[in-house]
Design a protein around this ligand. Structure first.
Ligand SMILES: [Zn+2]
Length: 345
């Protein structure tokens, strides 16, 4: 970070979000610290102190601002979500209901909203998936199907078979499939889901993406492996790279990828990876770059079905006329990413 204090102060005055996370500002008169882009009125220059990390501002005794939430990245899960997850982990066999939440001082509608925005699924879907994944692990360890069924919280074998097949694409039977591990990471653009095993990254998506749940199911089926919450060294690697990417310190990702798609889709995704950081292409240019000028529609379709957002930079494809086109993660994110890359290219 080479900006002077005055330049950092000016970033706050301009509310320039491109410097988000690059540094933080403590305000002596209020005891609060903020991130660049904070919507609150910028205090007088003499009251402001600058820190390279949120941690340093905290250690200096400042509290996080309630308007710009400077701790959300590299983030802390909300206390309510943490509490809920701990509750479920402490009593995994319980069938959690709204009554249980209320008994634990949790407002069910707040829980539903926060879960949906962080995990891309409701609390009850989360619990259901978690239990199915536990059942799958149990089967992998050689347990009987009936025991796995009870673990997953199903009274009837047929209900269990249907739910299991829907999630994993196979009937519940003893299997040795290693699970894929899903983790939720924070970013300046909101929570990101990553799915990894010991050697590859399989999926990276913003949780706001529609049908994220169905994408989980498809991935699980295609690889015939259950998806469980957890992390591997690959999770750590991509997390570190994402922090560098959002700081504008790297222009390429090195985490090994497993792309799940047809040969045609894979050729489109490779062409996307070849679009240089800070630049954009039209769908027609992308089609031409794989030697298939006529396949603009199919190219757009493959672009949209990319399950490795950011890493396979589908955000760098725009309409011919220069407007932004679509983005599964939301247009505001696409705009942010393109501005961010132009700035750091
Ligand atoms: Zn603030």
């Amino acid at each position: 970070m080479t900006l002077s204090d005055q330049e950092q102060y000016d970033v706050f005055v301009r509310r320039d979000t491109r410097y988000d996370m690059a540094f933080f500002m403590g305000v002596k008169s209020t005891g609060i610290f903020c991130r660049p882009g904070c919507p609150a009125r910028t205090p007088k220059r003499e009251n402001c102190v600058f820190y390279e990390t949120a941690d340093a501002a905290l250690k200096a005794g400042y509290r996080p601002c309630k308007r710009c939430h400077p701790m959300n990245f590299p983030g802390q899960t909300s206390p309510l979500i943490r509490k809920l997850i701990n509750l479920v982990e402490s009593d995994p066999d319980r069938r959690w209901s709204e009554k249980d939440l209320i008994a634990n001082g949790i407002d069910p509608s707040t829980a539903r909203r926060q879960f949906k925005s962080r995990f891309g699924m409701t609390f009850s879907q989360y619990v259901r998936n978690r239990n199915l994944a536990r059942a799958a692990t149990q089967l992998g360890e050689g347990d009987k199907v009936i025991d796995a069924q009870l673990t997953a919280g199903f009274d009837s074998p047929s209900g269990f078979r249907t739910a299991f097949a829907k999630t994993f694409g196979t009937a519940p039977k003893k299997s040795k499939a290693e699970p894929l591990l899903v983790e939720w990471l924070d970013s300046p653009l909101g929570p990101i889901i990553v799915i990894c095993d010991d050697s590859h990254l399989y999926l990276l998506e913003f949780t706001v993406r529609k049908n994220i749940q169905r994408q989980f199911e498809r991935l699980s089926k295609q690889h015939k492996r259950p998806i469980l919450p957890g992390r591997t060294e690959i999770t750590e690697q991509i997390r570190d790279e994402l922090i560098d990417y959002f700081h504008g310190d790297i222009t390429q990702f090195k985490t090994p990828l497993k792309m799940t798609g047809t040969d045609f889709q894979q050729s489109v995704w490779q062409a996307l990876i070849d679009i240089p950081y800070g630049q954009t292409r039209s769908y027609a240019e992308l089609a031409a770059s794989i030697g298939n000028e006529k396949a603009v529609r199919a190219v757009a379709g493959s672009n949209a079905s990319n399950g490795l957002a950011l890493i396979i930079p589908c955000h760098r494809v725009i309409n011919k006329c220069g407007n932004l086109g679509g983005y599964a993660g939301g247009l505001d994110k696409k705009e942010w990413l393109l501005a961010h890359e132009r700035q750091h290219a």
